[in-house]
Ligand binder design. Sequence first.
Ligand code: TMP
Length: 237
Amino acid sequence: MEKKEQIYEGKAKKVFGTENPELFIVSYKDDATAFNGIKKGTIVGKGVINNRMSNLLMQHLEKAGVPTHYVEELNDRETVVKKVDIVPLEVIIRNIAAGSFSKNYGVEEGVVFENPTIEFSYKNDDLGDPLINDYHAIALKLATPEEIETIKKYSFIVNDQMKAFWKECGVTLVDFKLEFGKLSDGTIVLADEISPDTCRLWDSETGEKLDKDRFRRDLGNVEDAYEEVMKRLTDHI
Ligand code: TMP
């Protein structure tokens, strides 16, 4: 399959059309941003890792009953995906307090929740992706009540699956962000990516951060962390 015109360029990926109107090709970049694009940088080799990791995880999730946009990995950085209209919601699941949860609610990082939390942000860079609830999402017509229920159901399955999977790799899944899309027939599928850019992944033994927080917080060894977490995953599969 060949790339045709570029449809969109995001912070970490480009999206291209193909000869099939129902399929896109995504191309993963090494560009990294944080704080709504204020901090910019490069994580060498990130695009290759995120492409491969996201594809492996999505194939695993499909088997667990979560439909995804994944179709076929083309090469190191490029993957064929189903064409979707992205639902403009960022869905965040948390198992352990960290990041904005710790900051907003005054909870120390590392406090383990008895049950996972779910939250939504309105995916809108101009507004800084504000936190919203289900009622806001419906009022803003970002999704229907039924679509939100489906998205929640899938998100918790993703959490159960990924928590168990990463545990077997010696990695604790702290939290993560998902995006969903709608196929032309309205079916909701998991889209975007699942990678160290979009998950907090801590070494189960040492608590070492093996994700994009190393970039966000200038902790150093960013590339090493991405490589390490990818190695854990491929060693396990
Ligand atoms: P937060 O604690 O900063 O709200 O982040 C929660 C999770 O969401 C964390 O795993 C990182 C991920 N995330 C993204 O994927 N994209 C974003 O723009 C932000 C802010 C967080």
